[in-house]
Design a binder for this molecule. Structure first.
Ligand SMILES: [Zn+2]
Length: 266
């Protein structure tokens, strides 16, 4: 078991938005307080292979949606020693606009996704704006083109992409959602992505507003806990607490990059 490679694991914040607590829980929230949202991409860098996890949105799409765009996620990869032009593997946790934009900036990459997510985003539910508004149609069309180009790897279930890196499908947020488990020097870290947007969604069992299936979202919180050695090994997808709990790899990257392969504060 100790032969498993250890990955360096980073979160890179590329955008943010102001929001209120009521925006993030089904049924709202009695406390009318600010609850801003951060937007991240992640990178897992092992001795032999490197994986980028999600690709963020473009400045154009983010601005149109009223998000505060801080930096291009792909142009930021050199901060952790990667070059988007050379990246071979991009894992897509799901196809929401803030996770799959910029796919065109990885000219050499294969993209790893659950097949259900392509079925969902080209299927009957996209006629409903309530569900479709979280996707950019050009992203979905672009993914279909990538598939015809032989650059999409579609999975039906859990998969070990490499020793020390596994993908885990769960429902709830979208039908083809997956989270990523990465082996690091502190053991297995579970990158939840939007399986839980905030620590609080999972810890309090209060589902996030963007839900395809509420029951499966609650079960997905259990799946995160089952996959992680401790709650401190689960990293939510959009919580500003991530940059407070985890240190930057260098002092000048404070507020931009967090190291997730070390234990969090608290
Ligand atoms: Zn999402």
């Amino acid at each position: 078991m100790s032969a498993l490679p250890e990955y360096a694991l980073y979160a890179i914040r590329y955008a943010r938005r102001d929001a209120r607590r009521r925006d993030h829980f089904i049924g709202g929230d009695p406390h009318d307080a600010p609850m801003p949202m951060d937007y991240f991409v992640w990178a897992a860098i092992g001795p032999d292979r490197a994986f980028v996890i999600d690709s963020g949105f473009t400045e154009e799409v983010g601005t149109a949606r009223g998000r505060a765009f801080l930096r291009c996620p792909v142009a930021s990869l050199p901060l952790v020693g990667l070059d988007g032009n050379e990246v071979k593997d991009v894992i897509l946790t799901h196809l929401h606009y803030d996770h799959v934009g910029n796919f065109h900036k990885f000219p050499k990459a294969e993209f790893h996704l659950q097949e259900k997510e392509i079925h969902y985003t080209t299927g009957r539910h996209m006629r409903y704006p309530f569900l479709a508004h979280s996707f950019e149609v050009e992203d979905i069309v672009g993914l279909v083109r990538l598939n015809f180009a032989g650059r999409l790897r579609l999975y039906e279930g859990p998969v070990e992409l490499a020793p020390g890196l596994t993908l885990h499908p769960v429902g709830g947020h979208t039908p083809g959602m997956q989270f990523v488990r990465v082996h690091t020097s502190r053991g297995w870290v579970v990158l939840a992505s939007d399986v839980t947007h905030y620590y609080e969604n999972m810890e309090a069992g209060r589902p996030f507003v963007a839900a395809f299936h509420v029951g499966e979202m609650l079960e997905a919180y259990d799946a995160l806990r089952a996959a992680a050695p401790s709650p401190q090994h689960i990293v939510p997808g959009h919580d500003p607490l991530v940059l407070r709990r985890y240190p930057p790899p260098r002092p000048d990257l404070e507020g931009i990059v967090a190291r997730l392969d070390v234990m969090p504060k608290e």
